[in-house]
Design a protein around this ligand. Structure first.
Ligand code: ATP
Ligand code: MG
Length: 599
């Protein structure tokens, strides 16, 4: 049962769930065994039946920070494992020696945890590094050679490219394709022993140079690369290609459903070919993992390509990977977005094979919905204007009782001091009111929320005519929560903080990083030769820093504590720049309706 206020997060049906359910109903994976760790067929055969009904994995390459798209994949994979009594592995796909760094590994672990996902279950901890499988991979490559399924090609890269053919033209066999098993084995051993320079030889699967699917035209599986790997050091000077490594990683880990994005669809025949050959050779346990593709997340006003994100950081268009405007998970966390909001969003957008562009509003709405439910209310004046209550004694203060959460009375109340001088929002006073304005203007009455009704009497201006203070008188019998408080009816309602007690805080108001829905995309009416650069679409007003006046209790906000600032939106105490007793706040998201309705 969900409470009426709780956003619905019922797991929606989707085609991947349907596949899993059908597999479970058919008992497809019921006889698999599990060595307790990744392994080849013989290792698993010696273990008990796999306690996991299914196994999925999230396999990031540790070469960058995770972004919102990865969150979709994480929540999908860990969510399926959770829903079907399975396990989800976190696997670092670190088979490429050049690009990986510990910094990325650490941040990925943090991000997955932050999203509330865990690779641990009972005594099982399914955190793996693909580079730990290099021995197996090399052995498997040798097996393919011995079975006549792989050969060493010594063509130049250019020759190989040309002989690969095109979408309409079949490829041509390499002159080295007929090498004997012995010669191939010799050469591959020599490659491993460091006898050859980078690029001189390459190991290829022997499939079919005229296959309509180019990925089956003898794809490369092992290359020479004299490079130091962050995990295996200088042990290897040959490294597996991604398309060879990935299916093997899945199979060694007993993955049942290997879920990836659509661009890998054309790789599936090779995925299946490779695992089938290795299972035939008795190296892998059956049933083999099944690759399933879904469409990646694309969001309006956001770029999710690693290359573009790197450019934003390196060219300092943002203040680092965790800049709250970045669509990274470190950025999201710092921005104050909630992990639960990501879950709600992921459930709402669902999973499909159709490429679609999701409206950023959907993302923000999911955040708002979750935060509206979870966040306590506080009062903040973002554009402070002094309000002076001329008939309230100077030096006198009294407490007003304020509810912490209108949807959760059990969260109780707190007090806010009230006195003669208050801060109100600049926009809550108009000397000459526009039509429909209901807050303070000379002669009008409005309620100071949680406090008294006041009647505006006028204002003070500086030499430029700018309003610097508003004057009013209060009606002593109208204090909120006291008998008869409602005897005077008013239409306007405004928030305030006591000037003598306010906490002046730095606040960062963030807006979309890009000013257009599809950054860098061509727009209607563009000249044919015009090429747009996504950087030209940056929103120049994506970050505004202000000093706001906050109710005194906010001084004690802990880093990452988030609140709804009434009428303004959801704000989080910045986890990097906040100091004890001096939090700095980031605006995560505005309230849907700010000014018009709130008065
Ligand atoms: P690159 O930008 O270099 O393509 P990547 O974003 O694919 O990198 P990986 O570390 O390879 O980064 O991704 C890990 C997993 O996250 C993969 O399974 C990938 O399919 C998935 N993923 C990446 N981007 C998205 C996205 N926009 N939507 C959904 N899943 C994604
Ligand atoms: Mg990738």
């Amino acid at each position: 049962m969900s409470s009426p206020n709780k956003p619905e997060v019922a797991p929606a049906a989707n085609f991947i769930r349907n596949i899993v359910e059908a597999d479970l109903a058919a008992g497809k994976h019921a006889q698999r065994r599990w060595a307790g760790h990744p392994g080849i067929a013989a290792d698993h055969a010696a273990g008990p039946l796999d306690p996991a009904k299914i196994r999925t994995r999230f396999p990031p390459e540790p070469n960058g920070y995770l972004h919102f798209g990865h969150a979709k994949s994480i929540l999908l994979n860990f969510g399926l494992a959770e829903a079907f009594a399975g396990r989800c592995h976190l696997r670092f796909d670190d088979t490429n020696p050049e690009k990986e760094e510990q910094e990325y590994v650490d941040s990925i672990i943090d991000a997955v945890h932050w999203l509330g996902c865990s690779w641990e279950k009972g005594s099982e901890s399914n955190l793996y590094y693909a580079s730990n499988y290099f021995d197996w991979m090399a052995r498997f490559a040798e097996y393919l050679i011995s079975a006549g399924h792989a050969y060493v090609d010594s063509q130049s890269a250019e020759e190989m490219r040309v002989n690969r053919g095109t979408l309409t033209q079949p490829g041509k066999d390499s002159p080295f394709r007929g090498r004997s098993v012995e010669e191939n084995m010799d050469l591959f051993k020599g490659m491993q022993a460091g006898e050859f320079a980078d690029g001189t030889h390459i190991l290829r699967a022997k499939i079919d140079m005229s296959a309509p699917n180019i990925n089956l035209r003898d794809p490369a599986i092992y290359r020479i690369r004299h490079a130091t790997h962050h995990n295996t050091g200088d042990k290897w000077c040959v490294y597996p290609m991604y398309t060879f490594a990935h299916p093997i990683e899945d199979a060694l880990e007993n993955i049942t459903h290997s879920i990836c994005t659509l661009e890998f669809e054309d790789q599936r025949p090779f995925y299946d070919w490779l695992l089938e050959r290795l299972a035939e050779g008795g190296l892998l346990q059956r049933p083999l993992p099944q690759q399933i593709e879904f469409s990646r997340l694309n969001l309006t006003y956001v770029v999710l390509s690693k290359r573009k994100l790197i450019q934003l950081v390196e060219e300092k268009h943002v203040d680092g990977w965790d800049d709250p405007r970045m669509p990274t998970l470190v950025g999201a966390r710092r921005r104050g977005y909630s992990a639960e909001g990501f879950r709600l969003f992921a459930e709402r957008i669902g999973v499909s094979k159709n490429d679609s562009l999701i409206d950023y509003v959907l993302f923000e709405d999911a955040m708002r919905e979750v935060m509206n439910e979870s966040d306590q209310r506080r009062v903040a004046v973002l554009d402070p204007l002094k309000l002076i209550i001329d008939n309230y004694p100077a030096g006198q203060f009294e407490d007003c009782s304020v509810t912490n959460h209108p949807l959760h009375p059990e969260l109780g109340t707190r007090t806010m001091p009230f006195g003669r001088e208050l801060w109100i929002e600049g926009e809550d006073f108009q000397e000459v009111p526009e039509k429909g304005f209901r807050r303070l203007f000379p002669g009008n009455k409005a309620r100071l929320k949680y406090g008294y009704i006041v009647e505006c009497t006028g204002c003070d201006k500086d030499e430029n005519g700018k309003v610097i203070a508003v004057h009013c008188t209060y009606l002593p019998d109208t204090k909120s929560g006291t008998p008869g408080a409602d005897s005077v009816k008013v239409k306007g309602n405004l928030h305030w903080v006591s000037a003598a007690h306010a906490y002046p805080a730095e606040i960062r108001l963030f807006d979309r990083l890009f000013a257009v829905p599809a950054p860098g995309a061509r727009r209607e009416g563009d000249a044919p030769e015009l090429e747009r650069d996504f950087l030209d679409d940056l929103n120049p007003a994506s970050k505004t820093v202000i000093t706001a006046m906050l109710e005194p209790s906010l001084k004690d906000a802990r880093a990452e504590e988030r609140f709804q600032f009434e009428r303004h939106g959801y704000f989080v105490a910045d986890r990097v720049d906040s100091r004890d007793g001096q939090p700095v706040f980031n605006r995560a998201v505005t309230l849907k309706d700010s000014w018009g309705k709130a008065g």
